[in-house]
Design a protein around this ligand. Structure first.
Ligand SMILES: C[S@@+](CC[C@H](N)C(=O)[O-])C[C@H]1O[C@@H](n2cnc3c(N)ncnc32)[C@H](O)[C@@H]1O
Length: 573
């Protein structure tokens, strides 16, 4: 029987090390968790206001999903176009390593730094294992580093204290698989490490590594083992979220976190329905979630359907089927010609009421805020947008974005961004287009006002959620200031604009069949942009390719800075 693992908070030295490790941090402490039974948690040691950076940390290990071709495996920067941008970013498209033909690097510098630090050991492994999991790659890296004496005693102690749920594997099929992989990785990378250490390390990586995401995208592009993030517990209504910028994991507060409250993030997609979230958390992280949101959704479902078990089961079944429906549409869109039935988005949409009618009877409608409807609508909006069906995209986006219960989250900002993009694409049409003249939609002028109104809210909320200093907020505000500069008065931020935007929004919501209660207030000012311009000492008015280059050049400069602590967070080479 394996010895009981000591919790982080019981080791003062480890706590101090974890708290001091990030490059920047607000006052935090590690303490016994009030959420995770017997475990530790990261706790605010001061009041943290909404939208603040909680910490910025260089992960110990970052493994990029080799199926993606747009992210540098060393500096973690992406080369993809930011939404609303007319031209790609200046971040060079990463070139594939000629050895493994899978890892990608944006420059020779990144390639050679990665080679020295980890890729020389991993190149052949990646080449020979097309289905290599990122957690397995992370284990290889740790074992190779251990061999090269790149793992300090402190880091080794932290790794030994990570939650691994090892006991849950014993006598299971998953336990046999774990044994097979852990032994094989150990034999290749470093047989001098005891097998029972490696057997715990692999599940510890799977449970503690965070999914890396860029600010502007909800999907993940890889995993990172970041020491301070390992202490953060889950909530389906979290008070913080993580994203990657400039090779660092940034934690930001979604709402005010009073001193003494645990910092929480969502381990799963918060847009998923209750049963899917709980199932995922149970399978991947071995716990049942009883957060406030889960409990209140359970009560709500019971109130809606009565407490008969069959009605609840039916609801959860249909919720799962709706998620599957859009997942299939996404797979079909990514593999044209292979799943024709799901490529036709109108047919996919027609299946939604057929499914929902099976649980919500007597002619009542499925509440549009009820999960996973916002997720379904927003996913369809993205798919319609990619196909160039801007009106269908705008309708789905309005319904999915505005009817979602959770605002002030990264998903809310990204969805507002998609909505603004759909409306901007429609507004780029000719004034004589029947869509503007037939009376069935808005006029061109009203559409342009809608773009500015939702665009203003998007910038304001990007500032609140991602911070005024984030590159994403910079980009959106720069785009917005260009739109405003080229637009007719009234200017956003004035009472006249609010009045004309309100009229446009009323028409738009009626067109999309969205209740007016879900309307958006564009806000009266953009303080984040002003702060930003003061900070950088100049007001950027991006609207030309030259200016866009200037932003992206900033991205490229700090190649060398990346190496200050090394991609291993200072413990590596
Ligand atoms: C990354 S660790 C978080 C830190 C962990 N509490 C510790 O003491 O090391 C993830 C594990 O913490 C526990 N955990 C996280 N959030 C939880 C929650 N909301 N309820 C119950 N357990 C949770 C689960 O055991 C999960 O596998």
């Amino acid at each position: 029987m394996a010895p009981l693992r000591q919790a982080f908070h019981e080791d003062e030295d480890v706590c101090k090390y974890l708290i001091d490790n990030p490059a920047e941090s607000t006052a935090l402490k590690i303490a016994g968790s009030t959420i995770a039974h017997l475990g530790s948690g990261l706790v605010a040691n001061t009041n943290i206001l909404q939208g603040r950076q909680i910490f910025k940390s260089k992960p110990l290990i970052a493994c990029v999903d080799p199926r993606l071709d747009n992210i540098c495996h060393y500096c973690l920067k992406g080369s993809e176009r930011v939404p609303l941008a007319e031209v790609p970013t200046e971040q060079p498209h990463p070139k594939v390593c000629t050895g493994c033909r899978r890892a990608r690097f944006c420059s020779k510098t990144c390639h050679s730094k990665a080679w020295k630090l980890f890729h020389k050991n991993e190149c052949k492994i990646i080449r020979d294992s097309p289905n290599l999991l990122m957690s397995h790659l992370a284990l290889y890296r740790l074992l190779f580093w251990k061999k090269g004496n790149y793992i300090s005693d402190k880091v080794a102690t932290v790794l030994s204290l990570l939650e691994d749920h090892f006991d849950e594997y014993s006598d299971t099929e998953a336990g046999d698989v774990l044994f097979e992989f852990a032994s094989s990785i150990r034999n290749t990378a470093n047989p001098s490490v005891a097998l029972n250490v490696v057997l715990r390390l692999l599940p510890a990586i799977q449970i503690n590594a965070v999914k890396m995401r860029q600010a502007e995208k909800s999907g993940s592009f890889g995993i990172a083992l970041d020491l301070i993030s390992c202490a953060i517990n889950h909530s389906c209504e979290p008070n913080a979220f993580l994203y990657v910028e400039d090779g660092h994991i940034i934690a930001r507060s979604i709402r005010h976190i009073p001193k003494g409250e645990e910092v929480t993030i969502s381990y799963c997609d918060p847009m998923l329905p209750l049963k899917s979230r709980r199932g995922y958390l149970n399978e991947e992280y071995f716990f049942n979630c009883f957060c406030k949101r889960c409990e209140s959704e359970k009560r709500e479902q019971k109130a809606m359907l009565g407490s008969t078990v069959t009605a609840l089961k039916d609801l959860q079944l249909i919720q799962g089927m709706l998620v599957q429906l859009v997942n299939n549409a996404v797979v079909a869109a990514n593999n044209p010609g292979k799943h024709k039935h799901f490529e036709n988005l109108e047919t996919v949409e027609m299946n939604i009421p057929t499914l929902t009618r099976r649980v919500i009877k007597h002619g009542a409608a499925w509440p549009d805020h009820l999960d996973p409807m916002p997720l379904v609508r927003n996913t369809l909006a993205g798919l319609y947008l990619n196909k160039g069906c801007h009106l269908a995209a705008a309708r789905s986006s309005l319904r999915g974005t505005l009817m979602c219960r959770y605002r002030n989250t990264p998903e809310w900002v990204n969805n507002l961004c998609t909505l603004t993009q759909c409306l901007a694409a429609i507004a780029a049409g000719s004034p004589d287009d029947p869509i503007f003249t037939s009376g069935s939609f808005l006029t061109l002028k009203e559409t342009q006002r809608a773009v500015r109104g939702y665009g203003m809210r998007m910038c304001k909320d990007a500032g609140a959620v991602f911070g005024g200093g984030s590159k994403y907020t910079h980009f959106l505000c720069d785009w917005f200031s260009w739109v405003v500069k080229t637009a007719e008065p009234p200017r956003p931020g004035t009472a006249e604009f609010e009045a004309v935007f309100w009229e446009a929004q009323k028409k738009l919501l009626a067109w999309a069949d969205v209740d007016l209660a879900y309307c958006v207030d564009p806000g009266s000012s953009l303080p984040e942009v002003e702060d930003l311009s003061k900070k950088i000492g100049k007001l950027r008015t991006i609207g030309s390719i030259e200016n866009l280059k200037a932003v992206s050049d900033d991205d490229v400069v700090d190649d060398d800075e990346t190496d200050e602590k090394g991609a291993d967070g200072g413990e590596g080479a």
